[in-house]
Design a protein around this ligand. Structure first.
Ligand SMILES: [Zn+2]
Length: 441
């Protein structure tokens, strides 16, 4: 592979067989140390009747029970504050990076010095793959604080020789000021914040064509790979937009699209990616949708073995047109199990609503899926709430079209409420698309 096109050509273009051997070797190392040093894993393996000697290859891992976020929360309560899955000794701890707490009590994750080094290396690799080069001005709109993505991208930007603006996920007006001067060339933030910045640019009458911004990578929520959302971000900011993925328990920014926009590339030398059928718990066939289950192959401080992410995706191992050999998830994250709406027997995800809503030029980018109870029948009512850009628009006609398109996409017909533009809350962090207003049983 050509030096310059790739950040780490030897590993990014490694043959699948050699990659699998490297994974097997690293997996044995990880299992050995977890079963020597962590009571959490010792207990788990003992209950399942599995010894370290049983796990020789990636194939053997299917017998190991998964780790869920709920399990980590309970472990932290019982063995306060870090649980017994912290494998590195305390003197090697360097950073505490908990999950955001968007789905409950935050789970504590610790990084050792070596972990920070690996996280920086993998993040730099992802940034290089979507076109970041030394000299770029990176406007880092990922939240710093306790959100892991801010730190990892900051470290990687420095590592790549870029000039970084650590603005974080706030101050929309200043975001725009920095896009103008010094003229950031790369924007990192959530897709909903990117759309919000684009909306503000439009309101201020600033043409994105006059800006130096040329690319952006958007994570923390799905959506960037939804055709309509990607087009809105790209047109609104005058850039190429790429998808980013990570999660606190596993790694902040370890999968992204390359410039081919052909799905999320996984860093398979550091992470073992499985796609598991949610009911049979067996591995899905290539291209089949299931839940992502991830194992740390190199993580020192709080390693996860078969972490159940709750995120749905597909996996493909065919070589990408970019030449990289690591597996990809085409279409990105296809939904979060936590966000699944069950309505009149149909199951759907907010990302499917997004696909429809954002395909309408007449509608704003914001939307909500509201769940309520009918006062008389006590049946669930699901309402898609969105905004109409123009007050003169015939809302009933728009509603008719929207109802038909939503029914086709969701296989069920939700109620629709079209509000005036600007009614729904704008967010700089992760957008919450479901509002459950049903009385608690
Ligand atoms: Zn690629």
């Amino acid at each position: 592979m050509k030096q310059g096109t790739y950040y780490q050509p030897e590993i990014e273009g490694v043959g699948r067989k050699a990659l699998r051997e490297l994974q097997n070797e690293r997996l044995r190392w990880q299992i050995r140390r977890c079963l020597t040093k962590s009571e959490f894993y010792q207990e788990k393996f003992r209950k399942a009747g599995i010894k370290a000697s049983h796990i020789k290859t990636v194939e053997d891992l299917v017998h190991v029970p998964v780790v869920t976020k709920q399990e980590l929360r309970e472990e932290q309560v019982k063995h306060h504050p870090f649980g017994r899955y912290t494998v590195a000794p305390e003197r090697e701890w360097r950073e505490l990076d908990p999950s955001t707490g968007t789905t409950g009590t935050p789970v504590n994750t610790i990084w050792s010095a070596k972990d920070i080094e690996h996280i920086t290396e993998v993040t730099a690799r992802t940034m290089w793959s979507f076109g970041v080069r030394p000299g770029d001005i990176i406007q880092n709109g990922f939240s710093y604080g306790l959100w892991v993505a801010g730190m990892s991208t900051h470290y990687a930007a420095g590592h790549l020789g870029c000039f970084v603006i650590p603005i974080g996920a706030s101050m929309t007006a200043r975001q725009i000021d920095y896009l103008i001067n010094p003229g950031s060339t790369v924007l990192l933030c959530t897709p909903s914040f990117a759309l919000h910045i684009a909306e503000n640019l439009r309101e201020r009458g600033i043409s994105p064509r006059g800006l130096s911004l040329r690319r952006g990578c958007f994570g923390g929520e799905g959506g960037t790979e939804t055709k309509a959302t990607r087009e809105k971000i790209e047109d609104g900011l005058g850039i190429d937009a790429y998808d980013y993925y990570g999660l606190a328990e596993i790694g902040p920014t370890f999968a992204s699209e390359c410039t081919e926009k052909a799905g999320l590339h996984w860093a398979e030398d550091h992470f073992l990616i499985e796609v598991i059928h949610p009911e049979t718990l067996e591995r899905c066939a290539e291209g089949e949708m299931g839940v992502l289950v991830i194992t740390h192959l190199t993580r020192e401080a709080t390693p996860m073995i078969r972490y159940w992410t709750n995120d749905y995706a597909r996996l493909e191992t065919a070589k990408c047109p970019c030449g990289r050999t690591h597996a990809r998830s085409v279409g990105g994250i296809l939904g979060r199990a936590d966000d699944m709406v069950i309505y009149r027997g149909a199951k759907f995800y907010p990302v499917q609503v997004e696909k429809v809503v954002r395909s309408y030029r007449e509608l704003g980018d914001e939307f909500l899926v509201e769940l309520t109870k009918d006062e008389k029948t006590y049946a669930d009512v699901c309402t898609v709430v969105c905004e109409c850009r123009s007050p003169e628009m015939d809302k009933s006609l728009l509603e008719q079209h929207l109802r038909k398109d939503l029914r086709e996409e969701l296989l069920v017909t939700p109620e629709i409420r079209i509000e005036d533009f600007g009614t729904l809350e704008r967010t700089t962090f992760k957008a919450k698309r479901i509002q459950d207003k049903r009385p608690k049983a």
